[in-house]
Structures are given as C-alpha cells and as structure tokens.
Design a protein. Structure first.
Ligand code: C2E
Ligand code: CA
Ligand code: CA
Length: 657
C-alpha cells in the first residue's frame, strides 16, 4: 500500500468507527427493549427459566456495549484515535449480540407456540432490517448480523414437519438472503461515500504537505546559510530582535572571526576553505544552546548569543571556544588549522539595539585582532570613539586626492662619507580641514579599506614627477614608500611604468621602500615584483629593518639593494643599538647590500654611524621633511657631489677595498 493509500484507509476507518459508534445507542436501546418485550410478554413455564437467563446474559452484554459507547464518546471521539482498533472493538460487541439473538430464536422455534414464534420472528426480522443501515459502516458485520439473526432458526423451521412452520422458515431464509444482499449494498454504498469524502481529504492534505515542504525549502533558502546550515544574517537579526524584546536578563554577543582562514582559502583552495567553515560551524553548534542565536555573519565570521551571561562568563566561554576552534581539522589530504579572535559586547551595558550590539562586538573583535590574534576582547567606549574617528578619516580619505588635500614632502638622505645629499625620501602629508593627520594613522586606514591603491599610485606618479623637476647637477634618487598591499596588486608594475614614463624619470632614479611585513606575504609574488622592478634598474630597500620578521636568506634571495635600519636602534646607540647596527653592517658586507640609518638626530649619532661604516644617513640632524617649493633652495644651499646614491654597488665595492 502506498503512503497515500494507507492515509486514506486510516481516515476511512476513523469515519467508519464514528458512524458505528454514532448509531450504537439506538441499536443497543432497541435490542434491550425488544429482548425485554419478547422475554416478559409471553409466559411459558417450559421456556421461562431459559429466557430469563438469556435476558440476563443479553442485558449484561448490552450494558457492556453501552459502557464502551460512553467511553468512546467521552474519551476517544475527539482524539487522534486509531480507527481500525475502534472498529474492531465495536464489532467485538455487536457480533456476540447477533449470536445471542440467533440462539434465542432457535430456542423459541423449538418450544413455542406459533403466536409467540411469529411475533418473535417479526421483531427479530425488523431488527435485522435495521442493522443493514446501523452497521453499514462495517460490511462483514452488517452482513453477518443480518444473516445470523434469522437464518439458523429459519433453516430449522424449514426442516420441520409442519407445513406452516416450513412456510415460516422459507419466509425467514428468503428474508435473510434479501437482508444479506441489502446489507452488502448498503455497506458498499457507505464505503464509497467514505472513500470519496476522504479521497478529497487526502488530496488536500497531500497538497498541504507539499505547500509546507515548499515553504520550508523557501524558509531554508532565505534563512539558512547554504554552506554551513547555520542561520544567515537576516534570520539571525530577526531572532536577535525577539531576544531584545523578551530578555530581561543581561546577555552577551560574541563576534567570532577565524584567523588564518584567508591564507588557507587562497593557498590551498576554496574547497579546503569550505571544509574549514563547515567544520568550524559544526563545532560552534555543539556549544550553542539555541541554534537560532548562532549564525554565519559572512565570510569567516560567526555570531553567537550567550544568554544570561555576564562579562566574566562570556570571556571564559570565548576562551574555550577559541581553544576548540583552533584544534586541527583533518581534511582529505592534510591537517589544517585556523585560530579565532572573539569580540564581546554585552546587553544592556554596551548597546540597547541589535545593530549597535553587533557593531560593538565587531569593533571589539577588530581591535582585539590588531592587538593579538586568537584572543578575546570586550567592547569599551574607547573603541567606539576610535572607530568613529577611523570611519571619519576613511570617508574623508576617499575624497582626499580629489580635494587636493594630499601632498608630498621630501626628506634628504645624505652620504655618510661627505654629508652630501644623495636622495630624498617621499613622505605623504594629509591636511584635513585645519588638521594634519599623521601618516602612521591614515596609511593603515587606507590599507584596510583598499584606498591605498589609488593613493599609492598618486604618490608614485607625483614623486617621480617632482624628482624629474629637481634642478640639480646630479641626478638625485627619489625613495617612495610602497605598502605590501600595493606590491601584491597585479597592476603594480604598470603603475610604476606609467609613473616613470609620465615623468620621463629614468628607472635608476627611483627607489622603492618596502617594510619587513613583505616576508609575511606570499613570497613568490613579492619576489616576482621585485625582479620586475630591478629589471627596470629600480632599487628596492627594506624599511624599518629590525622591527619585524626579516629573513636574511630572503633578503639574499630577493637581491635586496638596501636596508634601512629603524630609528629605534639609532636612538638606542648608547645601549644595545650599537651592537645590532654593527652586526647589520657585517651581514651587509657579506650579502652585498647598502645600509641607511634612519632617525639620526645628533652629531654624535652621525659620527658613530659613520665609524660603523653605515653608508647613508637620514634624520632631523640633516633636515626635517621639506615642502616641494623649498627643495630647490635647499639643494642650492648644499653642494651635491658627483657620487650619487644609485651608484650604490660601486660604493660597496670601494668600501670593501
Ligand atoms: P618611514 O618610512 O619609516 O618614514 C620615516 C618617518 O620618520 C617619517 O615619519 C619621518 O618624518 C620620520 N623621521 C625622519 N627623521 C626623523 C628623526 O630624526 N627623528 C624622528 N623622530 N623621526 C624622523 P612620517 O612622515 O610621519 O611617516 C611615518 C610613516 O608613514 C613612514 O615611516 C611610512 O611608513 C609611512 N608613510 C609615509 N608616507 C608614505 C607613503 O607615501 N606611502 C606609504 N605606503 N607609507 C608612507
Ligand atoms: Ca620609509
Ligand atoms: Ca622607516
């Protein structure tokens, strides 16, 4: 049987039971009245005791059936009762009633006068007729009942020797056959009616189920994240709103951001990335008491609500979450691992709307990630101020070039040999309204929001243009700071070429300064860019040397031309700075690169660096960064020697001799 046939059968059985029990009271009452009438109307000493015993038996049976009907009507009727069981229970009472009547009639036909017999036959025949309708909901019971009531006694009469009784028997048998056929037809008709009624019901139900399935699918599509199966942004916000509306207790929102995910996604591939996201989501699910309050916010970010939690509790759980998320993942080909940084915002302490709460947790995560990855940070008002400031800068920075708020200043770099200017480092300045925003503040914002590409291209173009216009006997070099993000850009070399061709500045007069953070990036891309720059005779220096992750072997492999010792070492010349610079000088001579010391502020420092053999010096001791319009007058004041900065390798050779 198919599922819809089973369902149809179930409905029909329930309806049949309802019909049978619905007619039961009248059937039982008629049986009781008829039985009492027949037993107590005719007085015959021969049969009285049997009839009374029979009456007692029949009454008990009918009372039991009545109790069953009452139970059904009061307890079962309005429940999801099992139709088949109910029908069986009902016919278990009806069929013995039929047998009782059959026994009674057989007994009466044996001992009774024709008047009592005739009346009994008529009464029982009437009941058999009634049963065709009353029991029509169960075909075999209806047929059995109609047949059993009259036929055994009628057959007995048919076999008797008296002609009148034979006739009566014939009449009874004929009536039984007619009733059998009528019961069958009536039952078939009832069954058909029930079938039609319930067929529609099943169809409607099936349609409802389909609609429900579709609705569920649509719900899943619009509310669940297809990759992880977690709720998506929209659904999460809806659920969070209900928490805001109902929660009277404080709760915490965690902003969870995976660390190192991008690297896996970029280097190993999106499939591996997807695996990590799925597995991380599964781990988070294990911890979430209410999955409605856990979502994939986007990319490798997840949000989770911790109900009824204070700061201490939230930090504690977050630390455990980080530990769990940091456990290695066994994927098909390898074992991969990521970390997680979590930002916490508390309701109502930090925010009273869902948007603000999410934003606060996001901020806490963002600032925490800057401090230390794979740790937990809780939102503070200070972050909010910083964020607002950053946002203000970011918005203003997008229009800074257009509004001509950016300009370049140039700081001279001098040769330690003769104190003559060899090059200028380009430093970016931004004047927003009346405020000078320091580059340390806005460069990282430009990097974060992708504005560095446009700004960096402008710097390169303008620096080359300015350098090409310097009126100096000697061709001075211009050093341009380039961020790692720019260097990774596939258009970077084109941008450099455009800057050179636009200004007609020869490649050897351009130096590119990159920070040590390049070593954390994809070294094959970096190496490729550096080689392309060097084929154009552009020199490359490592800026802020000693502060980050310099790798000497990479410096050698990349054939870096110069290294700029960070000013922190120069300022610490009296302590361990001296030893460090001296060590760098040794490496420089063996790896064949030039050394520039930054942040030279005093004559003593300059002399000490000179003694150590540092090739070039830069700092306030020589000059602060100079405005464009003052460069020419600055250059005329100082005498530029023949030996220029870009003859660096020659100089190294000379120094070695
Ligand atoms: P940097 O490349 O290390 O630049 C040197 C910084 O040290 C400059 O600060 C300069 O003004 C300062 N300085 C020079 N001599 C001395 C000195 O004797 N004592 C002290 N205390 N400081 C000295 P500035 O101009 O504020 O630049 C800060 C940083 O901003 C730069 O550090 C560089 O990393 C970044 N930057 C500046 N312009 C650009 C640019 O055009 N592109 C990129 N990507 N970064 C830039
Ligand atoms: Ca620099
Ligand atoms: Ca530097």
């Amino acid at each position: 049987m198919t599922s819809s046939e089973l369902e149809l059968n179930k409905y029909m059985q329930r309806d049949a039971a309802a019909l049978l029990y619905g007619n039961a009271v009248s059937g039982i009452v008629i049986s009781l009245i008829t039985a009492s009438f027949l037993v107590f109307t005719f007085d015959n000493p021969l049969t009285n005791s049997f009839k009374q015993m029979w009456w007692c038996g029949m009454s008990i049976l009918l009372v039991l059936r009545m109790v069953d009907v009452i139970i059904w009507k009061t307890k079962l009727q309005h429940t999801e009762f099992d139709g088949e069981k109910a029908v069986k229970r009902y016919i278990t009472g009806v069929n013995p009633t039929g047998v009782m009547w059959a026994v009674y009639l057989i007994f009466v036909t044996k001992y009774n006068t024709s008047v009592e017999l005739t009346i009994t036959l008529i009464a029982i025949a009437a009941m058999a007729g009634g049963s065709a309708t009353i029991l029509a909901a169960h075909k075999y019971t209806a047929m059995f009942y109609a047949f059993i009531l009259l036929s055994p006694a009628s057959i007995g009469l048919l076999l008797s020797e008296q002609y009148a009784l034979k006739l009566l028997g014939l009449l009874g048998v004929s009536y039984s056959i007619v009733m059998l056929i009528t019961s069958k037809k009536s039952a078939d008709f009832t069954r058909n009616t029930l079938f039609l009624k319930n067929e529609n019901k099943v169809l409607v139900h099936q349609m409802e189920e389909k609609v429900e399935q579709r609705t569920r699918k649509i719900y899943e599509l619009s509310n669940l994240d297809s990759l992880t199966g977690l709720y998506n942004r929209t659904a999460f916000i809806t659920h969070l709103k209900t928490v805001f509306a109902s929660s009277k207790k404080p709760f915490a929102l965690l902003f969870i951001d995976l660390d190192g995910f991008k690297k896996i996604n970029d280097s190993i591939g999106h499939q591996a990335g997807d695996q990590i996201l799925k597995k991380s989501a599964e781990r988070l699910k294990l911890w979430s008491l209410d999955t409605k309050l856990l979502c994939r916010w986007g990319g490798d970010e997840f949000l989770m609500v911790l109900a009824d939690t204070d700061e201490v509790g939230a930090v504690d759980i977050s630390e455990q979450l980080i530990e769990m998320l940091s456990e290695p993942h066994n994927t098909e080909n390898s074992v991969l691992s990521v970390g997680a940084t979590i930002g916490i915002a508390l309701y109502p302490e930090h925010a009273r709307t869902e948007d603000r709460l999410i934003q606060s947790a996001d901020m806490a995560m963002y600032y925490q990630k800057k401090q230390a990855r794979s740790t937990v940070g809780v939102f503070t008002e200070q972050m909010d101020k910083l964020y607002t400031y950053e946002l203000r800068l970011k918005n203003a920075l997008t229009k800074a070039i257009e509004k001509q708020q950016l300009r370049l200043v140039f700081q001279p770099i001098v040769s330690s040999k003769n104190n003559q200017v060899a090059a200028f480092e380009t430093l970016l300045r931004w004047q927003l309204d009346d405020e000078n925003i320091p580059p340390d503040e806005f460069i990282c914002i430009a990097e974060q929001y992708g504005l560095i590409h446009e700004i960096g291209a402008w710097v390169l173009k303008d620096a080359c243009l300015q350098a090409s216009q310097w009126s100096s006997e000697q061709a001075l070099a211009v050093c341009v700071n380039v961020s790692v993000i720019q260097l990774q850009d596939e258009h970077f070399i084109t941008i450099v070429d455009d800057a050179l061709s636009n200004s007609s500045l020869p490649g050897e007069r351009l130096h590119i300064e990159i920070t040590e953070s390049v070593f954390a990036a994809d070294i094959s891309i970096i190496s490729n860019r550096i080689k392309q720059l060097q084929t154009r005779n552009i020199k490359v220096s490592i800026d802020d040397f000693g502060t980050g992750y310099s790798s000497l072997s990479v410096i050698q492999d990349l054939a870096i031309n110069m290294v700029k010792i960070d000013r922190s070492f120069v300022s610490k010349m009296n302590t361990n700075g001296h030893a460090i610079i001296s060590a760098v000088m040794h490496i420089a001579s063996s790896l064949d690169f030039l050394v520039i010391a930054e942040g030279v502020e005093t004559e003593e420092q300059a002399q000490e660096l000179q003694k150590l053999g540092v090739h070039y010096l830069q700092g306030y001791h020589y000059s602060k960064p100079i405005e464009i319009e003052n460069i020419d007058s600055f250059l005329t004041k100082v005498n530029v020697p023949k030996e220029s900065f870009f003859d660096a390798n020659q100089l190294v050779d000379k120094l070695r001799i």
